[in-house]
Design a protein around this ligand. Structure first.
Ligand code: NAG
Ligand code: NAG
Ligand code: NAG
Ligand code: NAG
Ligand code: FE2
Length: 467
């Protein structure tokens, strides 16, 4: 915990918590932590984190993600600059000298006056669960070796630790967020990334060079652990003035996801199982109205989730549904109206979003009673509803969202405008420990934390405030 409320109301609430008394007040806690206002600046092109690896046609921007529905496959992606070279990945498990080979594909794309390097994608299949593998790319020119560990077999009590990062960009603050995540003693094994990767589109002509620098910057993490990708608005790269009218062109060329494994028809919405979690990725920037592919897919998808197999149901999307900052206010509203009843019905445990460059955690609330004529339009406490967490505070050049709606709405449990990351640490089918870490703090500090009780196996009120 370790947060301080600034209002009397919050102070009394904190006291009330300690005394286990019942206190009534408006909203939750607005953190008293005030971040020194500094400009958020992108790291210049010559920065250490952007350096290309040495050697002719050396693979760069190496990143991995889950490659199937259950975690026995990995998609390995990288870029070569001088020529296409080999798309083969050599891989071997820690305890074996026997090298296996998987053949990938290579392609490039143009965006206005920019032509990309040779982008390789290779899916390695039939891996053993819970095993460390080494892999080598750049065969025939400059080979580079990395490693990853596959997740344990899917099962209800399998512990697993996810990291959460959103809206990262490539500023000095982004670098601090990534460093802080990497040094967190509760080691995240997979990053759930809630969208807005490089912010290349904020540069003149959407300078795609900044997609390359971003790929090199995050390689120190993305080459060693899977990042699960969600599409944000900065992935759209829709620029008719530049003759670029195909949305998501750079993103889809560079970042592959295993969407076909969950019967999705587009890489913007899909699902994976990993350990004891079922993770559904949605797209705030693809159609989700009734009859659309995403709507139909989600309707069928939620019925497939077997909580006896994967107790934890986690949703990732970009534009938050519950957001009390004066930024992107109500941008998530139309999607909430479409899907919130399903989330309550299926008892989703938690929804992570980005987009707003700050941190916020909601109470378990729903707002599904409204039918245009009945006037019932305020969020209410609902123990079948997910907790909504905005974690768009990765540190991109657009800076922090500091302007909040006042008073703090009742549904908002905790909010603070600081850069940081979070950890969702699943212990078993009933308990998961969640913590948010602001960049200014040492690793031991948890600026916000919560024991999550699973909505199917332990549906007990897990909120941190009295009510
Ligand atoms: C980024 O962070 C890493 C790890 O802390 C550090 O070595 C590097 O110098 C930083 N680079 C910049 C440009 O801040
Ligand atoms: C759900 O998962 C459990 C545990 O793996 C399994 O025993 C059961 O058959 C599954 N139910 C369905 C409907 O597939
Ligand atoms: C905060 O946002 C509100 C609503 O958009 C606006 O009226 C107000 O001027 C903003 N305050 C500051 C300090 O920017
Ligand atoms: C699940 O994990 C929690 C937290 O570590 C622990 O208190 C609880 O006893 C565990 N449940 C079982 C059945 O082991
Ligand atoms: Fe965004």
């Amino acid at each position: 915990m370790g947060f301080l409320g600034f209002s009397w109301c919050s102070a009394i609430a904190v006291l009330g918590l300690l005394l286990n008394a019942v206190v009534f007040c408006n909203g939750g806690t607005t953190s008293a932590f005030v971040r020194p206002v500094e400009k958020t600046v992108d790291m210049p092109l010559e920065s250490d984190v952007f350096l290309a690896p040495h050697g002719y046609n050396a693979p760069q921007q190496v990143h991995i993600t889950q490659g199937d529905h259950v975690g026995k496959a990995v998609i390995v992606s990288w870029v070569t600059m001088e020529e296409a070279g080999s798309s083969t990945v050599l891989y071997w498990s820690e305890n074996s000298k026997n090298k296996n080979k998987a053949k990938g594909t290579v392609g490039r794309y143009k965006f206005y006056s920019y032509t990309s390097g040779h982008i390789h994608h290779c899916t390695i299949k039939n891996l053993e669960f819970d095993t460390k593998y080494y892999y080598e790319v750049g065969i025939g020119h400059t080979a580079r070796t990395f490693w990853f560990t596959t997740p344990p077999e899917v099962g209800p009590d399998v512990p697993y630790t996810f990291g959460l990062i959103g809206d990262l960009g490539q500023s000095y603050d982004s670098n601090k967020t990534l460093t802080h995540y990497e040094s967190n003693p509760t080691k995240g094994k997979t990053v759930l990334f809630v969208g807005d990767l490089s912010y290349a589109d904020t540069y003149p002509n959407h300078d795609n060079e900044r997609w390359d620098t971003w790929g090199r910057f995050v390689e120190r993490s993305t080459a060693y652990q899977p990042w699960i990708w969600t599409a944000g608005n900065h992935e759209i790269d829709f620029a008719p003035d530049l003759g670029e009218t195909k949305p998501f062109k750079p993103f889809t060329h560079r970042y592959h996801v295993p969407y076909k494994a969950s019967n999705s028809v587009a890489p913007f919405w899909y699902s994976i199982k990993r350990a004891s979690a079922y993770i559904i990725v949605l797209s705030s920037y693809s159609a989700y109205g009734k009859y659309t592919p995403q709507y139909q897919w989600l309707l069928a998808e939620l019925l497939k989730v077997n909580r006896s197999e994967t107790p934890w149901l986690i949703v990732l999307l970009h534009a938050p549904w519950y957001n009390s900052y004066n930024y992107h206010y109500m941008e998530g509203e139309t999607m909430r109206v479409m899907f919130e009843p399903w989330f309550v019905q299926h008892k989703v445990d938690v929804v992570f979003a980005g987009h707003v460059h700050a941190y916020e955690r909601s109470e378990r609330v729903s707002n599904i009673a409204y039918n245009v004529v009945n006037g019932i339009c305020s969020p209410v406490k609902d123990q079948s509803a997910p907790v909504y967490i905005t974690i768009g505070d990765g540190g991109n050049l657009e800076g922090l969202a500091t302007n909040m709606t006042e008073p703090q709405p009742k549904y908002s449990a905790f909010r603070e405008a600081s850069f940081g990351h979070a950890i969702f640490d699943i212990k078993n089918r009933t308990h998961a420990y969640y913590s948010w870490h602001r960049n200014q703090d040492g690793n031991a500090v948890e600026a916000d934390s919560l024991w999550f009780f699973n909505r199917i196996w332990h549906q007990v009120d897990d909120s941190t405030s009295t009510h």
